[in-house]
Design a protein around this ligand. Sequence first.
Ligand code: SAH
Length: 224
Amino acid sequence: MRIDIISAVPDLMTSAFSHSILKRAAQNKLAEVNLINLRDYATNKQKQIDDYAFGGGAGMVLMIEPIAACINSLKAQREYDEVIYMSPDGELLNQKLCNQFSLKKNLIILCGHYKGVDERVRQHFITREISIGDYVLSGGELPAAVLSDAIIRLLPGVLNDETSALSDSFQDNLLAPPVFTRPQEFNGWKVPDILMSGHSANIDKWRHEQSVERTKERRPDLLE
Ligand code: SAH
């Protein structure tokens, strides 16, 4: 899979993709993430990418020309499944959407900044708009990193234990069961006996019950 992320401040995302699971995914050629600096596509001498909003009001708006130049240059090189705009008024991100995106081949993600992007970008270039929650961040960079991380960890081979992503919260509409590691006892607080029994069928059953319990308690809406 290839993800091209267009941003006014791509450095904000560098670290997110250079460690741990996402770094390994890139090294193993399972996911290629390209951070593209919108300024490289500025069309005027001042290398301008934003301007004041027509009609007045506070805050700058990302201009259509650099974004159009950037998206068109990417599209000339390959076919894209989706051109996604990160936006607080977009479709709310959830695991189901991540699963769907993980089956795609090439994605463009556009990050807004300041007041957002010229509406004509959204009307003519964007195929999906995704929000990571009902709150407003200063730019689309962290949301783009969140979306990419959630997608990439689902790609076959990215996680060491391939079943691991399947047992995470929200797959099957259940929250994940509790997990424990060494020591077996700390401060008199013991790990549940069942996990030390070595009986894998019983452990699976216990984990499933714990998942259901936890979901009933914390997110009954998922069970409906
Ligand atoms: N004026 C806009 C907010 C702009 S915030 C509004 O009120 O809707 C600047 C940029 O940050 C946005 O263009 C978007 O790309 C990103 N952003 C902010 N909050 C976000 C969220 N919850 N989900 C996804 N992207 C978000």
